[in-house]
Design a protein around this ligand. Structure first.
Ligand SMILES: NC(=O)c1ccc[n+]([C@@H]2O[C@H](COP(=O)([O-])OP(=O)(O)OC[C@H]3O[C@@H](n4cnc5c(N)ncnc54)[C@H](O)[C@@H]3O)[C@@H](O)[C@H]2O)c1
Length: 269
């Protein structure tokens, strides 16, 4: 499906070296597939080495690099970028996608859980973007950086205080980085996906939760990684050269309003 999307997009990434974190599953894997299908060299990083190696093998192995990385750890991120660049050349596009989304009400939350979410979702985005931007700047290259936030940056959800706060942080980080890198002609943009159905190793969402989300999505279905990948291709393409510091929501219309409300008055005859 991602391949189809890339083919239909008309975007050509045959000169691109794309680094994607959290590429061993879900949205990151879908983005990696799409860039690869559009001709790019693709470096896939993930905490789970086996998962990311499987994902790279699924792309045929050519024009790919798979490496273990913990985005919370500065040395790990630097080592991953260095190895990826040795294998595939200097990075031109980076997608800071790795993130986690556990659920817990504030009053029950441990400091450890709060920190784990912040360290993965915020420090991880900072370190990934910093490594990519430093490489681009050192090589005097223009480039594209994409962060992955969530609709949760603007719309709160019970049990997700840490997640919502981290994703709002990603948006503001993206905007400031876009200003700081503009002179270098490095575009920095953010994708805010709505709820995306992925195979998850953690607790699967309840059907009540998913039904409620569908009811509030004008498109009437949950998203898939293949819905997100084309947005990444667009933001990484020359078509988006004058787009920076933006948030692109991809959510089937979920931010348009409250789908579940009935007519406010009876229909006039
Ligand atoms: N699925 C959704 O509904 C949804 C909606 C909005 C935003 N997002 C965001 O999209 C991104 C990807 O989500 P997903 O649903 O594909 O998740 P996922 O769990 O399917 O995949 C995330 C990948 O990130 C990896 N990862 C986790 N911690 C890491 C770390 N410290 N270092 C490196 N890799 C790490 C995991 O091993 C996993 O392979 C996340 O940032 C998430 O917050 C997801």
């Amino acid at each position: 499906m991602a391949q189809q999307a890339a083919g239909m997009s008309g975007f050509d990434f045959s000169n691109a070296m794309v680094v994607i974190t959290g590429a061993g599953a879900g949205i990151g894997q879908g983005i990696a597939q799409a860039f690869h299908a559009a001709g790019g060299r693709v470096a896939l990083g993930d905490l789970r080495k086996d998962a990311v190696e499987r994902a790279a093998a699924g792309l045929g192995g050519e024009r790919t690099f798979a490496g273990a990385v913990d985005v919370r750890d500065e040395k790990s991120v630097q080592a991953f970028f260095a190895a990826a660049e040795r294998a595939l050349g200097p990075v031109t596009i980076a997608v800071a996608n790795a993130g986690i989304y556990p659920n817990c009400p504030v009053l029950d939350m441990t400091v450890e859980e709060w920190d784990r979410v912040m360290e993965t979702n915020m420090r991880g985005v900072f370190l990934t973007c910093q490594a990519a931007a430093r490489s681009m700047k050192t090589g005097a290259r223009a480039g594209k950086i994409i962060t992955i936030s969530s609709g949760a940056y603007a719309s709160g959800r019970v049990g997700a205080s840490h997640y919502c706060a981290s994703k709002a942080g990603v948006v503001m980080f993206t905007r400031v980085l876009a200003m700081e890198l503009a002179e270098q002609r490095i575009n920095v943009n953010c994708i805010a996906p709505g709820y995306i159905k992925v195979d998850t190793e953690t607790l699967p969402p309840t059907s009540d939760f998913e039904t409620a989300l569908i009811q509030n999505t004008p498109w009437g279905r949950l998203g898939t990684p293949a819905d997100i990948a084309p947005a990444a291709l667009f933001l990484a393409s020359a078509a988006a050269d004058y787009v920076t510091g933006e948030v692109l929501s991809v959510n089937g219309g979920a931010f348009a309003g409250r789908m579940y409300l009935p007519l406010s008055t009876p229909k006039a005859r």
